[in-house]
Design a protein around this ligand. Structure first.
Ligand SMILES: *[C@@H]1O[C@H](CO)[C@@H](O)[C@H](O)[C@H]1NC(C)=O
Ligand SMILES: *[C@@H]1O[C@H](CO)[C@@H](O)[C@H](O)[C@H]1NC(C)=O
Ligand SMILES: *[C@@H]1O[C@H](CO)[C@@H](O)[C@H](O)[C@H]1NC(C)=O
Ligand SMILES: *[C@@H]1O[C@H](CO)[C@@H](O)[C@H](O)[C@H]1NC(C)=O
Length: 601
């Protein structure tokens, strides 16, 4: 994946001019809801151009709406400010709401064209129709959000409407695109949106990828994996980075710790590799003012200043073509033909809190006020990846054992019941009905998903295979799964469950299954969960069996073991194959969920 990543990035670089756009994202209101005016935009744009430590300055700006806040449909005063400061604009049209709001955007666009005329040709480098709309209709987007989203058909319709509105105007040659999460693009159901675009903008935040080992040390690889997965499905269209960044403050997301030091590391390892090479709109210059949001991504604090919170100068050589990224020169076909990564749809959930520079979301849900409807993209989206999804790696072409399409719940014999947790009541089984003392073998209620999956291979005993999206077991490979049990689970019952639907039921996952046999589930010592450096030889010795599935059959959901939850602890479980079974599945909690979870009741 990393190898491909560099190729894909390099491939896209060859199609991008040496003068790639370098900018920040800008909202339309302050955190106290006051509109950002032309004078404010001028101050912001001038600050971006003169940020201490940066070379060349940040001379581009991405907007989420064309409508000036505080007006029904007048063009944003950011246009005049961009003209005055010679800042390039990626205009945004807000979707995910009513026709009325969309028509107001079109009215603002038409007014801008008649007001500024030819000037716009040099100022406007692109128009994004929508922002994260596809993400918001995905299962996890819906799950935790009231924000409206739009399906691919609706987005395509809007894109075409904007094209039509621009035909015959000074902006008829302006590239039209869409901005969404990388997870939305790799979902093939959304391919028509890519087809309708001249470019696509991708938002990716390793900080929010909290189902993965997402410490700052992995920030670079998570970002480039996301970027490359997008390039791989982009149908050869340019992929612009429309949002990325690392917070300077705020809550820890799994292993991702906000700090100015980590923000600096991310800037160096990601920003400095793409600045000047790929059109990039960093998140962000100033994150919500006057109030600082949590998390906060601003490179300057709530007081606007040319002095950033951390050193923005790039490490020597990092942004030059002497880096591995810049020196590879595959053709642009390399990207489109690199089908290996029709990858990860990690889904994120989005929670909205007001803030001006907000990652271009929303606001316009049914209960919103008229003002919010006219300036919808003024609400900050806080994104949290809630599930890990990637393309299943097909490692075997073995036969699959297919059973009935109906999924049943099976409890399996637990020989050491109290090793899952402290025991509530020892599961007995197998039984088709629910087991006394066990939680449901489903994700219908509260559940925990693993925050880390690490395979270990007897045939590569000293190799740390690192973080995986997949659960992989074979006669030589076992997988270690870490669960982080929140303290709030104190006193509740937890069941370790293994969900294994038939392949036909899976929408976003897949698996390969060969051989026959079962699965063995062991618990790692409480003080020794897995980590990304775990190898076969240095893996913790398991401290007892939780349960076994003697004969794994698709279409079954298994309760492995139950007990009082390990509240407040990170606990590792080891899953191994028995017999000749080899299973490689993509752990995914989207419908239909598959893999190892803890069901809480
Ligand atoms: C994939 O995209 C379709 C269309 O946008 C959406 O309905 C579906 O929920 C998406 N699936 C996932 C897992 O996000
Ligand atoms: C939804 O978001 C809230 C806070 O944003 C979080 O506490 C909760 O766990 C999320 N729900 C799910 C299902 O992840
Ligand atoms: C799932 O994997 C099998 C190979 O194991 C393949 O034949 C099938 O097409 C895959 N399904 C999807 C939807 O990718
Ligand atoms: C190992 O398992 C025993 C019995 O379940 C338990 O009492 C002990 O605390 C465990 N030790 C560790 C390090 O997990």
């Amino acid at each position: 994946m990393r190898t491909f990543g560099i190729l894909a990035l390099a491939a896209s670089l060859t199609t991008t001019s040496a003068q790639a756009l370098q900018g920040f994202n800008y909202g339309s209101i302050f955190s106290n809801s006051a509109p950002i005016t032309g004078g404010d935009y001028e101050r912001l744009f001038n600050t971006a151009k003169q940020l201490t430590g940066t070379s060349g300055g940040f001379t581009s700006a991405r907007l989420f709406t064309i409508i000036q806040a505080g007006t029904p449909n007048s063009p944003t005063e950011a246009i005049a400010a961009a003209d005055a400061t010679q800042t390039k604009l990626l205009l945004g049209i807000f979707l995910s709401s009513t026709d009325e709001v969309f028509n107001n955007e079109l009215t603002a666009l038409r007014s801008a064209i008649s007001q500024y005329g030819q000037k716009l040709v040099n100022l406007v480098v692109g128009i994004s129709v929508g922002s994260e709309d596809l993400y918001r209709i995905s299962p996890t987007g819906i799950l935790n959000k009231s924000n409206p989203g739009e399906g691919p058909d609706a987005v395509v319709r809007r894109i075409n409407a904007v094209r039509q509105a621009l035909a015959g105007t000074v902006l008829s040659g302006t590239p039209i695109g869409h901005v969404d999460t990388w997870t939305a693009y790799v979902n093939s159901s959304n391919a028509a949106v890519i087809t309708a675009c001249d470019f696509i903008g991708v938002d990716a935040y390793p900080y929010f990828q909290n189902t993965q080992a997402n410490s700052i040390d992995n920030g670079e690889s998570l970002f480039f994996d996301a970027y490359d997965a997008t390039v791989a499905v982009a149908q050869g269209k340019p992929v612009w980075i429309t949002e990325t960044g690392w917070p300077v403050s705020g809550p820890t997301e799994n292993q991702a710790v906000p700090s100015t030091q980590n923000a600096k590391t991310y800037w160096d390892r990601v920003g400095c590799k793409v600045f000047g090479k790929v059109n990039t709109f960093w998140y962000t210059l100033q994150d919500a003012s006057p109030d600082t949001p949590s998390p906060s991504f601003g490179v300057v604090g709530s007081t606007l200043s040319n002095t950033p919170l951390y050193d923005l100068s790039c490490p020597q050589g990092s942004s030059s073509s002497s880096s591995s990224v810049g020196s590879s020169t595959p053709s642009s076909e390399a990207a489109s033909s690199a089908t290996g990564a029709s990858n990860p749809p990690p889904d994120r959930e989005t929670s909205a809190t007001p803030a001006p520079g907000g990652p271009g979301s929303n606001g316009g849900s049914s209960g919103s006020t008229p003002v919010e409807n006219t300036v919808p993209p003024t609400v900050q989206t806080v994104m949290t990846y809630v599930t890990v999804t990637t393309c299943p790696v097909i490692v075997t072409s073995g036969s699959e054992t297919k059973t009935s399409m109906t999924t049943s719940t099976v409890s399996v014999t637990s020989t050491h019941a109290n090793t899952l947790l402290t025991v509530a009541s020892p599961p007995s089984g197998p039984s088709p009905s629910s087991t006394p003392g066990a939680c449901p073998a489903s994700l219908a209620g509260d559940f925990e998903f693993p925050h880390l999956i690490v395979p270990v291979d007897k045939n590569q005993p000293d190799t740390a295979l690192g973080t995986s999206y997949n659960g992989l077991v074979s006669p030589t490979v076992s997988s270690l799964f870490n669960f982080d049990f929140p303290a709030s689970l104190a006193g509740r019952t937890c069941s370790l469950v293994f969900l294994f639907p038939t392949r036909e039921k899976l929408q976003t996952s897949n698996y390969t299954l060969s051989g026959s046999g079962g699965l063995n589930f062991e618990r790692l010592p409480l003080d020794q969960p897995a980590d990304s450096a775990t190898t076969f030889n240095n893996q913790p010795e398991a401290n007892g069996t939780v349960g076994t599935i003697p004969d794994l059959q698709a279409g079954n959901n298994y309760v492995i073991g139950s007990g009082i939850c390990f509240a407040g602890l990170r606990v590792g479980y080891k899953v191994s194959a028995t017999g000749s079974l080899a299973l490689d599945y993509f752990q995914d909690y989207n419908p239909e969920p598959i893999g190892l979870y803890v069901s809480v009741c």
